[in-house]
Design a protein around this ligand. Structure first.
Ligand SMILES: C[S@@+](CC[C@H](N)C(=O)[O-])C[C@H]1O[C@@H](n2cnc3c(N)ncnc32)[C@H](O)[C@@H]1O
Length: 188
């Protein structure tokens, strides 16, 4: 409840950037993290907010120390540092991942995005995807949820970047209902 009220206050301060009035549900968090295991390797989370997906990753046995949390809002970043002291919390714009490599080498197994991609300019979406796939090892995947009826990344952008998207599930138990997409490199 405390996190929900805090989240709402951040939405009132910056509605477009926060992109939701409430944190994601635990059901959506389970869906977002269902493929991820301790064997996945380092995980990067973009836009963790109050850390609903982060907590779900920890419940799945992922070591807090293998998590890199990229959050633009300094107040959320401060909360994340308190909640997940062993995780690496970077207060920065996810669109800068290309120029500020957050992991050395392409060693991440997964990127989880809680960003409101539809409210971002195309240029930023492209930068976020390019930067994320620069960090992802071959076979690594980018997970994105959406409240909309289709993948929030336009097919021409996916094609231009050599990526493909697959819907991996959806839930009504979220405000509003949401779907999850897995985005991977196209098979050669
Ligand atoms: C829709 S909220 C999702 C929060 C959380 N993942 C959840 O599902 O409850 C979007 C989050 O992305 C953060 N954010 C927005 N733009 C960002 C950017 N360019 N780089 C990093 N974080 C950003 C917001 O501050 C907010 O925490």
């Amino acid at each position: 409840m405390k996190n929900a009220m805090f989240f709402l206050s951040q939405w009132m301060a910056a509605p477009l950037r926060t992109a939701a009035v409430a944190p994601s549900s635990r059901t959506l968090a389970r869906l977002m993290t269902q493929d991820i295991t301790p064997q996945t390797g380092p995980v990067i989370e973009l836009g963790p907010g109050t850390g609903v997906f982060t907590a779900a990753l920890c419940e799945r046995g992922i070591r807090e120390g293998s998590l890199t949390l990229v959050e633009l809002n300094p107040k959320f970043a401060e909360l994340l540092r308190r909640r997940f002291p062993a995780a690496r919390v970077l207060q920065m714009n996810a669109a800068d991942l290309r120029t500020i490599p957050v992991l050395s080498g392409n060693c991440a197994g997964a990127v989880l995005s809680g960003l409101g991609l539809p409210s971002l300019p195309t240029r930023q979406v492209v930068d976020i995807l390019r930067g994320s796939f620069q960090c992802l090892r071959p076979g690594g995947a980018f997970y994105q949820f959406t409240y909309g009826p289709r993948c929030p990344i336009a097919s021409n952008i996916l094609g231009r970047l050599g990526l493909e998207a697959e819907r991996v599930g959806g839930t009504l138990f979220n405000l509003p209902p949401a779907s999850v997409y897995r985005i991977t490199r196209q098979a050669a």
